[in-house]
Design a protein around this ligand. Sequence first.
Ligand SMILES: Cc1cc2nc3c(=O)[nH]c(=O)nc-3n(C[C@H](O)[C@H](O)[C@H](O)COP(=O)(O)O)c2cc1C
Length: 256
Amino acid sequence: MNILLVYAQPEHTSVTRHLVDIAVEVFTGQGHQVEQSDLYGMEWKAVFDGDDFPERVNPARLSFIDESRHAFHHGCQTPDVSEEQRKVLAADAVIMLFPLWWFGMPAIMKGWIERVWAYGLAYGYQGKGNAHRYGEGAFAGKRALLAVSVGGPEQDYSPRGINGPLEQLLFPVTHGTLFYTGMEVLPTFAVYGSGRIDTDAMAQTEARWRQRLNAMFVEEPIAFRRQNSGDYPDSHVLADHVSPGLSGMAAHIAGR
Ligand SMILES: Cc1cc2nc3c(=O)[nH]c(=O)nc-3n(C[C@H](O)[C@H](O)[C@H](O)COP(=O)(O)O)c2cc1C
């Protein structure tokens, strides 16, 4: 299998990089191919801007969607973006590892998504607007996993915790960014209290992480509802009989 590790933490002694090192060791030990996108190490350009489109279809007005569509279809994306798309397309699984910064991913990783998730590929797939999204698309058949180091304690992220549950905070990434493109998304791996983690806690974390890595290709993904499964008759809103009485994010996960 091909596994792509995308990570956003330049410090080698960080929890995030420790998780990266273990993942490389486990997967290469199992004979898998591992590719890495070390975003800080690559000096990844985080900002999506006009420089992403060297050959503008409309020089008079910058429409990101129109230019993304044009660049993707006409082979005039920047080489760094094409290379990351190649890595994602070649991967059977994509693992994104990052410290939680302001309840989301660091800006450099958000910029990786904004620039690499091109129109015609990650959205507007096959030029058919929203016809193929949420469970279908160019990245269907791939697995995805977030591995997040979190400064706060687990209780702050518990069902009634003050910060809100981590899986709900990350819904825009797991559902809106990864499942949107067709990927099967596994439950997030979290390391809480990561700022003051002692040796014992790190050993336990490492054991939990190895278990998750070993289960990468057999674990049940989050049961996000698919747009074209019949649950969304007009492709926009859930049918009344689906997740009755539920609204918001929970309604889009089966079995809730
Ligand atoms: C800019 C910034 C924002 C942060 N935001 C959060 C946050 O929203 N929630 C939280 O629990 N910890 C937050 N933290 C703490 C980090 O999550 C913590 O430092 C990190 O998980 C440590 O892991 P690392 O060694 O992999 O960097 C933040 C830290 C920084 C520097």
